[in-house]
Design a protein around this ligand. Structure first.
Ligand code: HPA
Length: 280
């Protein structure tokens, strides 16, 4: 991270601390496309629009809010990013590290990432929730390229358990308790903004991916680098290009993610309940 980016993290931390008095949650949640309404389930103490956090790049995509919610999900203190930045918006990859490093500096040690994705397996139909087992970075970019901050994490770091096994087991348990069917699989991030070609989709499937989307990997990389535990859940909003016989659209992904919203909410609330029980 360059000195300039580090300075933006410091400014973000200061801006957030000015606007939220009291303690900070150690669990953070990033809400993907069509899932922004999860905020309804929180008892919110503080809302901070990204515009008010100097270092936060502001998201430009329809269907994505841009604000931080600080409060509780049931008994669990939670800080929630309602909206995120994407590579395809043109942010340099390094800037995507800012929100995650900011959360780290505020004391977050557990990060739950949600997204919308296209299914590469025929059984991953729209509306399916898929817990991330692992990921493939096909963006050609990495937010950690550049000077390394040794106080935060090592230059070369292990990614063999990118998605925490204990959190994955808890998600499976929470799904069972809530009576929700979930799948698990490997998420592949392409840069976007276009949906993939059918040939790319066939290639990704042969690479071992189960779902494809345009987010999550940079956030996971930054979080793992600084030692956070990470979990990821995709809402499968469509079969990937060439698998369903119809053209894809952003509206379809938002509509399908919104349809799966109740199920995703129940799963996340179940997980947060588990985490709160563990903490108490
Ligand atoms: N490809 C990439 N990103 C996506 C898709 C897809 O098919 N569906 C939702 N986000």
């Amino acid at each position: 991270m360059t000195a300039e980016t580090k300075d933006m993290v410091t400014r973000s931390v200061e801006a957030i601390r000015r606007q939220h008095v009291g303690s900070f949650p150690s669990t953070a949640l990033i809400l993907g496309s069509g899932l922004g309404r999860f905020g309804e389930h929180l008892k919110i103490d503080t809302i901070i629009p990204y515009e008010d956090v100097q270092g936060f790049p502001v998201s430009t995509v329809v269907g994505h809010h841009g604000r931080l919610l600080i409060g509780r999900a049931g008994r669990l203190p939670l800080i929630c990013m309602q909206g995120r930045m994407h590579l395809y918006e043109g942010y340099p990859a390094q800037e995507l590290a800012i929100p995650i490093r900011t959360l780290f500096r505020l004391g977050v040690d557990t990060l739950i990432i949600t997204n919308a994705a296209g299914g590469l397996r025929k059984d991953l139909l729209p509306g399916t929730l898929m817990v991330l087992e692992d990921h493939i970075n096909m963006t050609g970019q990495n937010p950690l390229i550049g000077p390394n901050d040794e106080d935060v994490g090592p230059r070369f770091f292990d990614m063999s358990e990118a998605y925490d096994p204990d959190l994955r087991a808890r998600l499976t348990r929470a799904a069972k308790v809530a009576g929700i069917d979930i799948s698990s699989g490997v998420y592949l991030q392409a840069s976007g903004p276009n949906f993939e070609t059918p040939a790319e989709v066939r290639m990704f499937a042969r690479y071992g991916a189960d779902a494809v989307g345009m987010s999550t990997v940079p956030e996971c990389l930054v979080a793992r680098h600084c030692g956070m535990r990470v979990a990821g859940v995709s809402v499968i909003t469509n079969l990937a290009a060439g698998l369903s016989g119809h053209a894809l659209s952003h509206q379809e992904t938002i509509d399908e993610a919104e349809k799966a919203y109740e199920k995703m909410s129940a799963l996340l609330l179940g997980l947060f309940d588990e985490l709160a029980s563990k903490a108490s």
